[in-house]
Structures are given as structure tokens and as C-alpha cells.
Design a protein around this ligand. Structure first.
Ligand code: IPE
Ligand code: IPE
Ligand code: MG
Length: 233
């Protein structure tokens, strides 16, 4: 695959952990555990391919509706993952960013997130942007409220992007949602204006490098026109 045709920013709506586990007679939590392993594998592969930014939708502002034990287990996994990266104290040029409302995060987890962001903020090889307690509408409203507090009367599109959780990042060119569901579920509503979508049937724990290659190959064959008649931006 030609490197210059690869998207710079790929976003994942990781879906199907629960179904993957239930189909095999396991509790949903086992699917989430497996899903975490898939995530590590795919992030490393994206870095190897030379993709610049990976966004991951891991927990939505609506996922709090799930049973308490599932929510607690998910945050246990998130905490372990963050702690693990911090313990190694070796970040391999990766910048970790959080997307979502930090105010709603459990305090101990939030502290790890802030530490991870702080320690890796100057890394620029590769950005891993993780949505936890993230909702597109919530992000837009927080941005509007930040603008109101700043006293500005008007902002440009460029300035507005600077108030979003994704400030400084390019928009995702490709959004992949596993598990066959063809919906957005409140993800990156502003940033996806011209994103390409890919909906593989495979549940997230079974998503692998080969399927990622297929998605990227498919992306490189699409004609993106941005409202014009040619592929020029
Ligand atoms: C994705 O898998 C992970 C999260 C949303 C936290 P799901 O937990 O949504 O799995 P399904 O869709 O129920 O199979
Ligand atoms: C979307 O998945 C949110 C995340 C991947 C974190 P959901 O499983 O929560 O979405 P719905 O409920 O099927 O729309
Ligand atoms: Mg789901």
C-alpha cells in the first residue's frame, strides 16, 4: 500500500465485545478483556504503518446506563492499561490524549490520565487519542460553554476546532466500526464531516492486522471529493 495514500487519522468505534463473549458462553467482561488485547495490537500496528493519529471510542457518555458491575470492570481495565504504560515509563514516542469530560471520570483513573497526558505531551511520532466518558454532543456543548466563558462573541471554524477535545488533531479520514452496526452512537459528530466509513462484521476482539489492511486498502480506493468535482481538497 502506498504510504502517502494512507489516512493520517483513523478512528475506531470498538464494538461487539459483549456479543463476542456471549456467543462463546463467556461473560461480557471476558469480551472486554479480549478487546483490550486487540486494541494494543492494532495501535502498535497502526504506528508501524506510519499512521499519525489513532482515535478509539472506548466508553461513551451513554455507556453509564450499563449494569454497575460492567462499568466497574471496564474502568478496572482502563486503569490497568494506563497504569501499565506509566509503570513501564517508556513511551516509544507515543503521545496519549484523552477525549471526553474528565469531570465525570473516577478520580483515581482521572489522575492517571492526566499524568499520562502530561508525561507524553511532547511526543509527536504517533498520537493515541482515547474517548472515555466521551460523547459528540457533550463535547460540542462543552466547547460552546468554553467559548461563552472566554467572552468571545464569534469564532471561525478553525477557532471552534480549537475548543474541541481533538484540538490540534486533523479530522479522521477513516472511521471503522466493528460488529456490523452502521451507526455513529454519538462519536466525533463535528470531526466526521468528510470521514469515510467502514463497517466490518467482525466483533472487535477478532479484529486483526489483516482486517485493518483490508479497511485501509478499501479506503485508498475511494474517491473523496469534499463537495467538489475532483479529489482535490
Ligand atoms: C464495545 O463492545 C465496548 C464498549 C462499548 C465499552 P460492547 O460492550 O458494546 O459490545 P456489544 O455491542 O454489546 O456486543
Ligand atoms: C458505541 O458502542 C460506544 C463505544 C464504542 C464506546 P455502543 O455499543 O455503546 O453503541 P450502541 O448502544 O450500540 O449504539
Ligand atoms: Mg455495543
Amino acid at each position: 500500500m502506498e504510504n502517502d495514500k494512507l489516512p493520517k487519522h483513523v478512528a475506531f468505534i470498538i464494538d461487539g465485545n459483549g456479543r463476542w463473549a456471549q456467543k462463546r458462553g463467556f461473560p461480557r467482561s471476558y469480551g472486554h478483556k479480549k478487546g483490550t488485547q486487540t486494541l494494543k495490537k492494532i495501535v502498535l500496528y497502526a504506528k508501524k504503518l506510519g499512521i499519525k493519529v489513532i482515535s478509539i471510542f472506548a466508553f461513551s457518555t451513554e455507556n453509564w446506563k450499563r449494569p454497575k458491575d460492567e462499568v466497574e470492570y471496564l474502568f478496572k481495565l482502563f486503569k490497568e492499561a494506563a497504569q501499565d504504560i506509566l509503570n513501564k515509563n517508556k513511551f516509544d514516542g507515543i503521545c496519549y490524549r484523552h477525549m471526553g469530560d474528565k469531570n465525570g471520570l473516577p478520580k483515581d483513573f482521572c489522575e492517571l490520565v492526566v499524568e499520562l497526558e502530561e508525561k507524553t505531551k511532547n511526543n509527536s511520532d504517533f498520537i493515541v487519542n482515547v474517548g472515555i466518558n466521551y460523547g459528540g454532543r457533550d463535547e460540542l456543548l462543552r466547547a460552546v460553554n468554553k467559548i461563552l466563558r472566554s467572552g468571545k462573541q464569534q469564532v471561525s471554524q478553525e477557532e471552534f476546532s480549537g475548543f474541541l477535545d481533538t484540538h490540534g488533531l486533523c479530522d479522521p479520514e477513516l472511521i471503522i466500526r466493528t460488529s456490523g452496526e452502521q451507526r455513529i452512537s454519538n462519536f466525533m459528530l463535528y470531526q466526521m464531516a468528510y470521514s469515510e466509513f467502514y463497517f466490518p462484521k467482525v466483533h472487535w476482539p477478532d479484529f486483526n492486522e489483516k482486517q485493518f489492511d483490508k479497511a485501509l486498502e478499501n479506503f485508498t480506493q475511494r474517491h473523496r471529493k469534499f463537495g467538489g468535482l475532483t479529489e482535490d481538497k
